[in-house]
Design a protein around this ligand. Structure first.
Ligand code: SF4
Length: 357
């Protein structure tokens, strides 16, 4: 097993089997792509290898912000910025068991200040907090000051500051040692199960992990999506993902249509939806009024409604089930209402399909 890292501490401490499942996924040739368009963007911004105006803006923003933070702590004193230095926690001062690379740090009298850049669109404060804990432990092991202040600088979600005393860093180190002990002791490790959560998002085993499917990952809240040029880029990426997903789902739909056992019967082609259509709104209105199903006032509202909306209105007004409302329409409209059925789509075999019009 490779060294545990600050960047994956959140996942490693919440799902102990993630590394084993990722290894199995790799063996099976089923690992998610290591780099995506968005992670590559992040790497370019981190390394100063920017390609677009958005990336240049993001880089300029986080660098400027980092100097503002360092200046505010240094208060005029000179400082030297350490960049991407790899740090280790070591057993007996020798054998490394944990590692991490804070983006930038400075050492001032009595205090170490570091920053971590998050220039992307994703927001993951819980995971980032665990990463900051890990950096605090790593820095305290390597730098002899009393206070450790870490600041996360995001491009879109503001900055957050975390302050640790040397004692708190020691507690985190102890926590990390306990986590490492589980990974390195067959006794502690045996019998542990996959534990899904937000940490699944970056797990190398997520494509084969059945537990992960039970946890709906919400990468970020809708009201925090960026606007402007960056928002336009995000939208473009989302549409590309949607097209890709639709293409693949269509492929599976075709396979299961041809051969229902293709997915071992776990998915099947559902019955499709019944779409009701009213051929003559005036005639239909008259028929419904005559039958007492609608009042003349309601008819005025309903002449422009679709069959489904008309059914919903009758159901809501009379407080009856939709199926009962559909029966009223069918009984009183006769040939004025006709139904077509759409092609069925993939449904889980055990899930009940609701008939709709
Ligand atoms: S996908 Fe989630 S639950 Fe499954 S192994 Fe990875 S971290 Fe654990």
């Amino acid at each position: 097993m490779g060294l545990l890292r600050a960047s994956s501490l959140y996942r490693d401490e919440n799902c102990f089997v993630n590394r084993e499942i990722a290894r199995q996924a790799e063996e099976a040739g089923n690992i998610p792509p290591k780099a995506t368009e968005w992670t590559q963007r992040g790497t370019r911004i981190h390394e100063g290898d920017t390609e677009t105006v958005d990336e240049e803006d993001a880089r300029a923003y986080i660098i400027k912000k980092s100097y503002e933070i360092f200046d505010s702590y240094a208060q005029g004193a000179p400082f030297q910025v350490e960049s991407e230095r790899r740090l280790y926690l070591r057993r007996d001062g020798l054998i490394p068991y944990f590692t991490g690379k804070p983006d930038r740090f400075i050492v001032l009298p009595g205090r170490c200040v570091w920053v971590d850049f998050k220039p992307g669109f994703e927001q993951d404060w819980d995971g980032w907090r665990a990463q900051m804990d890990a950096y605090a432990a790593l820095l305290s092991e390597n730098i002899n000051v009393e206070l450790f202040t870490g600041v996360i600088i995001t491009r879109f979600y503001g900055t957050r500051e975390y302050v640790y005393t040397r004692d708190q860093c020691r507690d985190i180190m102890e926590r990390i040692r306990e986590i490492v002990a589980v990974y390195t002791s067959p006794e502690l490790f045996s019998g542990l199960q996959a534990t899904p959560g937000p940490w699944c998002r970056h797990c190398g085993g997520r494509l084969i992990c059945s537990s992960a499917m039970t946890f709906p990952v919400q990468p970020q809240a809708i009201d925090t999506m960026p606007g402007g040029k960056v928002g336009a880029q995000v939208l473009q990426g989302l549409l590309r993902v949607r097209n890709l997903a639709e293409e693949k789902i269509a492929w599976y739909t075709e396979r299961v249509t041809e051969r229902p056992a293709f997915l071992d019967g776990i998915w099947r082609i559902g019955p499709g939806k019944m779409i009701g259509k009213i051929s003559n709104a005036d005639e239909a209105s008259k028929a419904l009024v005559q039958a007492g199903a609608l009042t003349p006032v309601e008819v005025t509202d309903c002449t422009t409604l679709s069959a489904a909306k008309l059914r919903d209105k009758i159901a809501a007004d009379r407080n009856i089930p939709k199926l009962a409302a559909k029966n009223i329409l069918d009984t009183h409209l006769g040939e004025l209402i006709t139904y077509t059925t759409t092609a069925g789509s993939l449904v889980k075999t055990h899930e009940k399909q609701i008939e709709t019009i």
